[in-house]
Design a binder for this molecule. Sequence first.
Ligand code: S3P
Length: 172
Amino acid sequence: MRWFFLVGFMGAGKTTLGSKVAERLALPFFDLDAQIEIDAGMSIREIFETEGERGFRERETNMLRKLIATGPAGVIATGGGAFTLEENRDIMNEAGVSVWLDVPIDTIVTRAASMDVAERPLWGSAADVRALAERRKKDYGLADHHLELSTNSTDDGTAHLYELLAPYRGNS
Ligand code: S3P
């Protein structure tokens, strides 16, 4: 049983790099937020509005378990808050390997222009975003791997991630 979990702040590229690396590894890919939205029949924003963050976090943990139960291996791009909860970290530790995609906060704040921040209820002012990212660092630091991504290139990021994960193949 070996799942790969991409963790890290909003806008770090978890979904983009995760889907690409899964393709290279010939593994199924899941975006945790997208699966929650399909299951709920609501967008993330609507879930926060109707059920609050608490309701969303419950859905997140349930979906994490559900996806892991679909098979022996795969890649899951988690939402930025998922790895901050101990229960979720325990689930991920048991099922496989976590990687913190660490992108400088300045880069993420710049990326906001091209991100759908309206669909990210916890996105706030630049100062708030920086403070949240700073608070979460200690949790992300608990991931099995720390991949610092100073590049905006998807190809380079995917290549680095692939190098990190490929040795786990056939090693379950
Ligand atoms: C969240 C990040 C979002 C999404 C939700 C909460 C967070 O995912 O799960 O809006 O707590 O950081 P992305 O990291 O994919 O934006």
